[in-house]
Design a protein around this ligand. Structure first.
Ligand code: FES
Length: 159
């Protein structure tokens, strides 16, 4: 498949998502969620197409993507590691865990390890406050995370 065919395919998939969601009340968030599911992120080129479809500015779409931590405007690594930074997890030591993760992976928040293995993202409550600190790896939650099980998780993402 050549580059133009890939671009046409992406445009078709994007338009199908927009067509599916346009009838919804407040369609921007559903469209953005579906785009991220489909492509793994919200490509810059998609923002303009979404803006035109919703009759808003590209800056408005960009603002929504930037505001919500769930959206990303660059491709993620093979794994996505989300560490909870909300109050309960903070009180149970999520910040030292964050420092360990950053140091071991050589990343900061919203960055992907150089080998493309994992993207680190903050999240603000996973609903596991009573079992803090918590994280989510590729959609699977892990509770009462300590340095020991964090080591296993980091080994898993680097495989
Ligand atoms: S504060 Fe971390 S899971 Fe609720």
């Amino acid at each position: 498949m050549n580059i133009r065919a890939v671009a046409v395919d992406e445009a078709t998939r994007l338009q199908a998502i927009i067509d599916d969601c346009l009838h919804l009340e407040g369609p921007m968030l559903p469209i953005l969620h579906r785009v991220q599911e489909e492509f793994g992120y919200v490509p810059e080129s998609a923002k303009q197409v979404i803006a035109l479809a919703l009759n808003v500015s590209r800056a408005e779409v960009h603002g929504v993507v930037s505001f919500y931590p769930d959206f990303r405007d660059h491709p993620a690594g093979r794994h996505v590691l989300k560490l909870c930074r909300a109050e309960a997890c903070q009180s149970m030591g999520c910040e030292p865990l964050a420092e360990t993760i950053k140091e071991k992976l050589g990343v900061d928040w919203h960055q992907t390890a150089a080998d493309g293995s994992v993207t680190l993202e903050p999240v603000f409550c996973l609903g596991l406050c009573a079992q803090a600190p918590a994280l989510m790896l590729d959609g699977e939650v892990h509770a009462r995370v300590d340095e020991h099980c964090l080591g296993d998780i980091l080994a898993e993402v680097r495989r």
